[in-house]
Design a protein around this ligand. Structure first.
Ligand SMILES: [Zn+2]
Length: 384
């Protein structure tokens, strides 16, 4: 499971003067391994000259050479899941990490003093990390859900009214008061633990499961900050709950929550376009916005692709054009200019969200919130 610690260890990695190799490769569903291996090999070919470059110090060259060999070895035994793989290596410092990413990213390789983490972060930011709390009368089970994996965080167990309290002849009122008090105390205990988990592990969402008669009371007593994170609740008998069932209940809640968020973000961007000049709708305007680095937040219809052109010199993007409208150089045709746009936005520090809900974006393909109003689009050059 990909944990916050793993990601953190890459972000804070120090090569101590040695270069870090960062490699990203798309992994197609259905697993055409030969194609994947060819693409990774040609990425490695791009950095091979560095391993021989006399201007790089000796230890640095050895380290890059080690990285290339290690990634080459990994190709022999890889079982990477569809989406993408990110690899960070610095053999001189003993670093080698493969991070599976759930969405495709652009193939690329980079050798630098720090890990090139932005494309990884952009993908991971699209997935919320959820904490799942399953509440029972005097016990609770806490779990983490990230992407499609679930992991136990721990259990809580508090004192409850024992049978002998009834037997001791306490009257009905006092028994039920006592039970209510213990339950309140138990809820507070669980809430404290949740507060701590949210503070230390940075969860985005809280999902609560349990008996139908217990869940609303529990949610009700949560402090506002935690209550605002509740993405949904589900009913389950906590005494008999297989993990698989828990996971599918929790995943269904996250999915519903995310699709709602998709709809909200698309609606907000459309609203912004209607009331200001700080939004771009549709591919032609979004490509122009990407070309002038104006995009703050890009929404992309999940799975959308469109052929287009890109200028490798100044990164002008368009649907067509043999020469760049900005610098006049010859453009390169690409089967998917949306992928190039996503990459450009990520590189400029903007955010990208792939929208899966059914919205107006199905027709528009892309929409963006802008940092500044767009300058007029240059006159198109001859079509390419
Ligand atoms: Zn150009």
């Amino acid at each position: 499971m990909l944990t916050a610690e793993t990601v953190g260890s890459i972000l804070h990695f120090e090569g101590d003067g040695l270069p870090v190799t960062s490699l990203y490769a798309r992994v197609e569903p259905g697993g055409n391994h030969r194609d994947l291996h060819t693409r990774v090999s040609s990425l490695l070919d791009e950095i091979r000259p560095l391993a021989k470059d006399e201007t790089v110090d000796h230890e640095g060259r050895i380290s890059v050479r080690g990285d290339i060999a290690r990634i080459r070895d990994a190709l022999g035994e890889e079982q990477w899941r569809p989406g993408a793989i990110a690899i960070f290596a610095c053999s001189g410092q003993g670093l080698y990490k493969e991070i599976p990413l759930p969405l495709p990213v652009h193939d690329r390789v980079m050798v630098d003093v720090t890990p090139f983490s932005r494309p990884m972060l952009a993908v991971l930011e699209e997935y919320d990390r959820s904490c799942v709390a399953v509440i029972d009368e005097a016990s609770a089970r806490l779990l983490e859900l990230y992407q499609d994996e679930m992991q136990e965080l721990g259990e809580i167990s508090d004192p409850k009214l024992r049978k002998k309290n009834y037997a001791a002849g306490l009257d009905e009122d006092r028994t039920s008061n006592k039970a209510g008090e213990l339950r309140k105390r138990h809820y507070r205990h669980v809430t404290e633990q949740l507060g701590e988990l949210f503070a230390t592990r940075g969860y985005d969402l809280l999902i609560v499961g349990g008996h139908e008669y217990e869940v609303p009371d529990f949610v009700e007593q949560l402090p506002r900050e935690l209550r605002s994170r509740v993405a949904g609740t589900f009913t389950i008998d906590p005494s008999t709950m297989p993990l698989a069932e828990l996971r599918s209940s929790a995943m269904a809640i996250v999915d519903r929550y995310e699709r709602g968020r998709d709809q909200q973000l698309v609606a907000e961007t459309l609203e912004r376009a209607a009331t200001s000049n700080l939004a771009a709708l549709g591919l032609p305007d979004c490509l122009w916005a990407g070309s002038v680095r104006a995009i703050q937040a890009l929404l992309v219809q999940d799975g959308a692709q469109a052929p287009g052109v890109i200028c490798d010199d100044c990164r002008w993007l368009a649907l067509s054009g043999g020469t760049c409208s900005l610098c006049g150089k010859v453009t390169r045709a690409t089967p998917d200019v949306i992928d190039e746009l996503v990459q450009a936005v990520v590189d400029e520090g903007g955010s990208v969200r792939h929208v899966r809900a059914e919205t107006m974006l199905s027709d528009l393909l892309t929409a963006a919130e802008l940092r500044f109003p767009l300058p007029p689009r240059p006159q198109p050059t001859e079509a390419g």
